[in-house]
Design a protein around this ligand. Sequence first.
Ligand code: NAP
Length: 454
Amino acid sequence: MDRPLRVAIVGSGPSGMYAADALISQTETPVSVDVIDKLPVPFGLVRYGVAPDHLSIRSVRDTLDKVFDKPGVRFVGNVEVGSDISVGKLHGFFDAIVFTYGASRDRRLGIPGEELDGSVAATDLVAWYCGHPEADRETFERLIPSTTTAVVVGVGNVAVDVTRVLAKTLDELTHTDMPEYVFDTLRESSITDIHVLGRRGPAQATYTTKELRELGELLDADILVDPTDLVFDAASEQVIAGDKAVARNVEVVKEWATRIPSGKSRRIHLHFMARPVELRGDARVREVLVERTKLDGSGGAEGTGEIFVIPADLVVRSVGYRGQALPGVPFDESRNVIPHLDGRVQNANHEVIGEYVAGWIKRGPTGIIGTNKKDAVASVASLLADASKLPTAPFATPDDFDAWLAEAGVHAVSNEGWRAIDAAERALGATHGRDRTTISTNHDLLRAANLICD
Ligand code: NAP
């Protein structure tokens, strides 16, 4: 080929950025990469998923951002593949496409009352406090000031994140980049109690120790664990003996179970062996019916029929993310992922030429940010191995793609546009004495990118 291989990466979260980096950092095959995102800003869940008070994890952004400084990597934001441009059309401009659009939807509990007002997905709450342009501000700004008791379902890291953010004082959050309206709402919060429900035992929880420990170190929230919830069967003991991380998690909750509450304004009640079976209320959720569970000897848990009730005005369902299908791309409906073999997209056991996948939409929503690096590098290795036999795209210059977008009336955000947004967010943060404040509407982001004016 007498020109660089043109690759589109669909999704600019960690796996997309790691894929771009892997493509541009090798020297054997000259490559030109466009990282396309439906939002005007890059970095996906690093921007809109990682808790704002986890500054060291959020600083991964700076590492990812350096990829845009490398020649041959372009950001193409505010372009939704599947609506602004179809996957089929994209093939006209790129020799290969890597899908890295993640898994941003919530999983459901499937219990009665789940649709009541006041029952929300953790993904939506996180999107709101991170300043996502599509966040439902009205709902959270109404619910949080009118909630006394919240129930968080699930004991993964997302459940720990939302619990911590709801339990923290404003002073503990003031250094974050959350939009001003989030501070205003949290200032009005009337939450005193947060119940966190794990349906299995402490040896089966999926949070990590560092994140868990933070719940016991909050300025104005006590942590309460009922010692009778700390149930371990032979299978649990085996896991504890063989996995140091699990053993540490168990030690943390055992210590908490000995603590006497010190009279702080908020309480976090961490429950195990407890699963919600129904949400009840009027228009709004008012109570959660919780069934006690017992371990089934093989790592799972089953109901005992014993029910207790937790009065609650807010239920946050933090039971995992799920991926979504993209029109024109094969999708495994049972696992909510794009089927693949070594990162090559598969359609009914046939390879889809020129399509690759990496990250959560490839393997499901698991692992830490760094897990996506190895995953993306592996998929890119498959792409590069195929490079010489990929059909060449007919309109394969950045100018061709830009011209098509402009003609279609799409205001694409370029590297320069993103840099302008970045500078505007830093300037906005400085007005509040912070490093950065997130700009939270598409309109304001596009204005900051100098794409619209008013
Ligand atoms: P997760 O770790 O899979 O946790 C989901 C939780 O929901 C589990 O406790 C699960 O219990 C529970 N659950 C699922 N279905 C349920 C049901 N029907 N009823 C009751 N409980 C149910 O997922 P996540 O917390 O959404 O996190 C996603 C990924 O992002 C994870 O890999 C996580 O580590 C990562 N993450 C990392 C950080 C960080 O490093 N600081 C922060 C946020 C997220 P079972 O285990 O019994 O199924």
